[in-house]
Design a protein around this ligand. Structure first.
Ligand code: AMP
Ligand code: ZN
Length: 491
């Protein structure tokens, strides 16, 4: 059986391209990580659900995956260009806290969200401040030919590499307008490689360098960490679509300079063969902004009684290159779907106890039954088509409900499909989350449910209704006759 080639949309060429690894049998992937000055919002987490799905599909296709996600704990300014303050320095001074404590706290919070969404741990989390020496070495090696010094630091001359800005497609007047003018820059798009600490100021994070005491530019970090850990060229670089405009074109320019590479008609000259970008999660209520008080982060979803995997499902239901609009109704629909899927999958898998620990590999699946085989092929073809998860999910639904097929093979197939999509086989109790507004704990709810069951059995409907109302007042919705067998949920 031959399978459709794995095809991924390359933002650099704006075309789908077959995946052809740089190193036989391997896939090396770098994802731009979070800037750890605040909690991630759920839009940020869409970027990592996407990167995780990509990684799982590469593993499913049999590639040995090395995934790296960085932690930006220095250098990211409040503006994506070169203006504003360092996001971490700003947070530290506003909260009168040590910058290192802030970075540690939000790194831990980010990793907790990664776990909650069942995103696999990358092979390595690279932390920017661990790579300062490597950044200075990198900058030193390109400084003569590609950089110049001005008062505020060492700048990259974007005219010194071929095809600057191709990833963004247009370095338009409008685009350039967003880049603040810094006195002495040769080209509007030139960016800081090393930011010298202004005289009379001190930063909590600063290091000595050939260009004075200061801190690295944000773009430099990713070029250095990706190149050092994965080696240029590596296979795939990912990030949110905003990075297609400034951050990644600048990384690419640095990579070209470092490798002594030519123009970008050869995609490998960019440092990675394929550049992939997830589209945005958008929200009309304005709560995506980290500056709004109660912003949309996973904790808010949990506080309202939504299991984080409902959000993973919401992401999977859309193609990663489509904009996804957030709504509470949409999240509720995703929660219902993931619960239904889980009930079905656990029934299908139940007896055999089949599980796939962290990843599934297509070649390991022995499926002889023709109907199941066809489902497997359709599932794989959907994912091979630039990670079409919405279609893969519908095929999974079909597999879960397939009748008159060998139970063991069905169990193995369903377990593998769930694993590829990163949906763990949780028990239904695990899916219940008590919203903050609810005042009962689970044991109390279960006890009330038992009392109510007894009242109903005794046809004492007055008592049973009273218990239901009592529970409702405490934020618990009783679900009589729920087809999925969920007796109650946080209301
Ligand atoms: P940051 O911490 O700002 O560097 O962002 C971390 C990741 O989240 C980056 O890959 C961004 O491109 C991505 N991102 C930011 N906002 C959104 C959004 N609303 N939807 C999807 N991805 C986003
Ligand atoms: Zn980056």
């Amino acid at each position: 059986m031959t399978h459709a080639p794995l095809t991924l949309f390359n933002s650099l060429t704006r075309k789908p391209e077959p995946f052809a690894p740089v190193h036989d049998g391997e896939a090396r992937v770098y994802s731009c990580g979070p800037t750890v000055y605040n909690y991630p919002h759920i839009g940020n987490m869409r970027a990592y659900v996407f990167a995780d799905t990509l990684g799982r599909v590469l593993s499913w296709r049999g590639y040995r995956l090395t995934h790296v996600i960085n932690i930006t704990d220095v250098g990211h300014l409040t503006d994506d260009a070169d203006a504003g303050e360092d996001k971490l320095e700003k947070a530290a001074s506003e909260r009168a806290q040590s910058i290192w404590d802030i970075a540690r706290h939000y790194t831990d919070a980010f990793k907790a969200d990664v776990d909650a969404l069942n995103i696999r741990q990358p092979a390595e989390w690279t932390v920017a401040t661990d790579y300062i020496d490597a950044m200075i070495d990198f900058a030193t090696s390109i400084a003569d030919r590609h950089c110049y010094e001005i008062d505020s630091g060492l700048y990259f001359d974007t005219a010194s590499v071929a095809d600057y800005g191709r990833l963004a497609r247009a370095v338009t007047e409008e685009g350039e307008g967003r880049i603040d003018a810094v006195e002495g820059k040769r080209n509007a798009a030139d960016f800081a490689i090393w930011r010298r600490t202004p005289p009379g100021e001190t930063r909590q994070m600063e290091w000595d360098s050939p260009w004075g005491r200061g801190a690295p530019g944000w773009h430099l970090e990713c070029s250095v960490m990706s190149g050092q850990v994965l080696g240029f060229p590596f296979d795939i670089h990912t990030g949110g679509i905003d990075h297609r405009e400034i951050h990644h074109p600048n990384e690419i320019a640095q990579n070209q300079a470092f490798c002594g590479c030519g123009g970008l008609d050869e995609a490998v000259h960019s440092g990675a063969k394929i550049w992939m970008h997830n589209n945005f999660l958008v929200d009309r209520t304005g709560k995506m902004s980290k500056s709004s008080g109660e912003f949309l982060r996973l904790k808010l979803l949990r506080d309202r009684g939504y299991h984080p995997l409902a959000y993973r499902m919401m992401c999977l239901q859309a193609h990663y290159r489509s904009e996804l609009e957030f709504s509470w109704d949409g999240l509720l629909a995703a929660l219902t779907r993931v619960k239904r899927l889980l009930t079905g999958a656990r029934n299908a898998i139940g007896a055999s106890g089949e599980t796939v620990a962290s990843g599934a590999v297509m070649a390991d699946l022995a499926i002889d039954n023709a109907r199941l085989r066809a489902l497997l092929d359709r599932f794989d073809a959907a994912l091979a088509d630039d990670l079409n998860t919405p279609v893969a999910l519908t095929v999974l639904d079909e597999a879960v409900t397939a009748k008159k097929v060998p139970a063991e093979e069905k169990a193995a197939l369903v377990a593998a499909m769930m694993a590829v999509l990163g949906l763990p086989l949780l028990a239904r109790e695990d899916f219940r989350i008590r919203p903050q507004s609810a005042q009962l704990d689970e044991t109390e709810v279960e006890a009330a449910m038992d009392r109510r069951k007894a009242a109903r059995a005794a046809k004492d409907f007055a008592t049973s209704d009273a218990i239901r109302d009592e529970l409702a007042a405490k934020g618990v919705e009783v679900m009589d006759g729920d087809p999925l067998g969920w007796e109650w949920q946080p209301g």
